[in-house]
Design a protein around this ligand. Structure first.
Ligand code: 13P
Ligand code: SF4
Length: 305
């Protein structure tokens, strides 16, 4: 089968079986084409709470499929490619955070949504890159312990200077590959371009940006902006997606190395096998794990309204 035929087959099976396909914006273009919803972590977690399909397939990484299952325990949720994880989500464990909570007793523990469901059980509130500032401002406590991304944490600290925000060392290995040398090089090559950067990048890179935002915020800034040229400081799939959406504008990656191999692990063939019932992995979680990890996601949805 060629790409078009495989896509048609997926669309046919999806309709017959009433399956909803969610795709993070970092997925490949051929997957975005057959998805019901495309978005950033926050958009997908909100959608997950609303769709009424009995089967949901997540094209993204494991914590995203777990989030869907936590919000819709009665649904069958599949991760299209079981090897797609998020290295940042696995950086911290329950023991470490439980110890930190002992040392910072009067702090609200805020977790980036890029964490395992086990870790969410010991956190108070979740945030995503697009909701973090608003949610932290809305928390009724001035003392915040933020895990696990200290780059995103640093950016939040600058937006919410009146709160005491403690960070724990961790971060996204993909966005960490971008340096200020890349900024100098690309600014020189594209002097008229706007530089759009994800807050998972190093603080010194974020400081150089014309705009800082989540993946969908970066995309809508570039799609709707008057500028003709954009340097994109996030996972490089976004460069291609923007080029498809706006063929008359010019999009270039800030660094050719900003590729998340976990996000790129899922292929159209994985999605086909998953809708056919012969691939993917069903997310199975105990009722206790779902109930206790759900509290901080519900808190995110409540404070993010
Ligand atoms: P957002 O989707 O919230 O922009 O996060 C980016 C990311 O790294 C997802 O894994
Ligand atoms: Fe995890 Fe970074 Fe990949 Fe997102 S881009 S899935 S945070 S490693």
């Amino acid at each position: 089968m060629n790409v078009r035929e495989l896509q048609d087959e997926i669309l046919k099976l999806k309709k017959e079986k009433n399956i909803c396909i969610l795709a993070h914006a970092y997925q490949r273009q051929d997957i975005l084409d057959i998805a019901d919803y495309v978005g950033d972590s926050f958009g997908l977690s909100q959608k997950a709470a609303l769709v009424d399909n009995k089967i949901v397939i997540m094209c993204g990484v494991r914590f995203m499929a777990e989030t869907v299952k936590i919000l819709s325990p009665q649904k069958q949720v599949f991760l299209a490619n079981p090897i797609a994880g998020c290295p940042m989500a696995d950086q911290m464990d329950v023991d470490l955070i439980s110890q930190l909570k002992e040392s910072f007793k009067d702090y609200t523990v805020v977790a980036y949504i890029n964490t395992t469901s086990e870790l969410k059980t010991v956190c108070d509130v979740c945030v995503t890159s697009s909701s973090a500032v608003k949610i932290i401002k809305n928390i009724d406590n001035d003392k915040i312990l933020f895990i696990p991304d200290c780059n995103l944490g640093d950016w939040i600290k600058k937006q919410v200077p009146d709160k005491e925000i403690k960070l724990v060392h961790g971060g996204c290995p993909t966005h960490l590959r971008i340096s200020t040398r890349d900024v100098d090089k690309m600014r020189k090559a594209y002097p008229n371009a706007k530089l759009l950067v994800h807050p998972e990048c190093l603080p010194e890179v974020v400081e150089c940006a014309d705009f800082v935002g989540s993946t969908t915020e970066i995309m809508s800034f570039a799609e709707n902006g008057d500028n003709k040229e954009y340097i994109i400081g996030t996972e490089n799939s976004i460069v291609e997606h923007l080029q498809f959406k706006c063929p008359d504008k010019i999009f270039v990656p800030l660094s050719k190395d900003c590729v998340c191999h976990n996000m790129q692990a899922t292929t159209l063939a994985d999605v086909y096998r998953c809708v056919s019932g012969i691939g993917g992995e069903e997310i199975v979680m105990s009722d206790e794990l779902i109930a206790s990890s759900r509290k901080c996601i519900d808190e995110m949805l409540r404070l993010g309204k």
